[in-house]
Design a protein. Structure first.
Length: 458
């Protein structure tokens, strides 16, 4: 038996072996299940943006750093583009990249560190004002359907005022506009915005107020997140429409406003109707009104005509004429009834007379005499027909007899020849030259002497 240079360690039967993959998988599951989602702040370094769209970077402070990954479907929601050296606040969960065993932080939300402080301040103020009832739906006021004048609280030099005025002129140019110029960012902007809202509320020369500003970062829009602006809006006697930033931007002023529009242009579209649409609606209403008036006039005219006809029917003269007409009608009906009754009596008399005539002996004799004449005429006709038939049969028989009679043959040019003894000669050999012969014709007889004979071959 060969001796090994060393003895292999024995493997207990109850020992559980892990591969690196299994161990990393178990470690990842323990990290992800053991630690909740948390916030992390630090400085970005080693930022990488591969073609997959994912972000890979490290977050570091003075004593350590941590690998981070933010996948494409999440970083599309980020409000800024991260750069190396930028201080950020990130929310995410702890995980482990199994192929390398790297401990990492999976980022789900990221914001700049300064913006994060503002965001916390924003949430605190939002909760405070919500508890005070400034966001309550029941305090929201409806906008006037057609304001007499529109007030705009915004910067007189920004793009927002140009967009709002353009929309207002396009949709309803007849409505006057009053601009309350204020700065929309920077130191003291919130106080001036609140003062402009209070001024418009006291003057009451506008039916609706637009609070507008173009897009920007949370810090740029912070003037509209100040409590002084929110309080001024809540105390305003005029309905307020906000059009601040872009559609994804929400400020405290948007929650306090009676109506929130996604953009300044959207706010302008909300406060005024479309003049073209109003014109079309007015034209349609005018057509409907004209149609209803025509129908109403037609109904009134028809009712007047019916009333006039009813009055005419109830007039005493009409009643007299109707009674006179009724009298004439009854008189005509009586006359017709009398004529019909007399006609019926006349018909009955004629019927009885006819029955009497049929029962009279003279009528019976006349009928029998007529029958006798008819029978005599029928007998005469029958005898004539019988004589005609008898005559026809006789003539037919005579024609038949004539056809077979020798005399009939003679009538057709034939002759009967006999010798001196009176015998009929039917053979030429029985006579000779010089013999006397007698020839009988249809109308007489001829005597002759034979001059010659000649037989015929049969």
């Amino acid at each position: 038996m060969t001796q090994l240079p060393f003895d292999a360690p024995s493997q207990p039967a109850d020992r559980e072996l892990y591969t690196p993959s299994q161990l990393n998988r178990e470690a990842r599951m323990l990290l992800e299940k053991g630690l909740p989602s948390l916030w992390l702040t630090g400085e970005i370094s080693n930022l990488s943006r591969p073609s997959s769209g994912h972000w890979y970077f490290s977050l570091k402070d003075a004593g350590a750093q941590l690998r981070c990954a933010m996948f494409r479907q999440r970083n599309l929601l980020a409000r800024f583009k991260p750069q190396d050296g930028m201080h950020v606040i990130a929310r995410g969960r702890i995980s482990l990249y199994e192929p390398r065993g790297d401990y990492q932080f999976i980022v789900e939300h990221i914001e700049e560190a300064g913006e994060g402080a503002l965001r916390r301040q924003f949430e605190l103020l939002k909760a405070k004002l919500a508890a005070a009832g400034l966001f309550a739906p029941e305090r929201k006021r409806p906008l006037p359907p057609l304001p007499r004048r529109i007030g705009i609280v915004t910067s007189p030099t920004g793009a927002a005022i140009r967009d709002v005025l353009h929309i207002l002129r396009r949709r309803f140019p007849l409505i006057p506009v009053r601009v309350y110029p204020v700065p929309v960012q920077g130191s003291g902007a919130a106080e001036q915005i609140a003062a402009a809202i209070a001024l418009a509320s006291r003057r009451r020369d506008c039916d609706v107020l637009i609070l507008a500003r173009g897009g920007g970062s949370l810090e740029d829009l912070w003037s509209f997140n100040e409590e002084i602006v929110a309080r001024a809006m809540a105390e305003s006697a005029i309905p307020i429409v906000t059009g601040i930033g872009h559609e994804v931007d929400f400020t405290i002023a948007d929650f306090v406003a009676d109506v929130r529009a996604p953009t300044p242009s959207g706010a302008a579209e909300l406060v005024v109707p479309d003049s073209g649409e109003w014109s079309r609606r007015l034209q349609h209403m005018q057509q409907r009104l004209a149609f209803r008036m025509q129908r109403r006039l037609a109904d009134v005219r028809e009712q007047l005509l019916w009333t006039a006809r009813r009055l005419q029917q109830l007039h005493p003269g009409v009643q007299v004429r109707q009674q006179t007409q009724r009298t004439d009608e009854l008189d005509q009906r009586l006359r017709r009834a009398m004529r019909q009754y007399l006609a019926q009596l006349r018909a009955q008399i004629n019927q009885h007379g006819a029955q009497l005539q049929r029962c009279s002996p003279a009528m019976r004799v006349s009928v029998l005499a007529g029958r006798a004449k008819t029978a005599e005429a029928r007998l005469t006709m029958s005898m004539q027909q019988r004589l005609e038939r008898t005559r026809a049969r006789f003539e037919s028989t005579a024609r038949t007899l004539n056809a077979v009679s020798p005399l009939g043959t003679l009538q057709r040019g034939y002759a009967i020849v006999s010798d001196a003894q009176g015998s009929t000669i039917v053979d030429v050999a029985r006579i000779a030259s010089g013999d006397l012969i007698e020839t009988r014709l249809a109308n007489g007889r001829i005597g002759a002497r034979v001059e010659w004979t000649r037989g015929e071959k049969s």
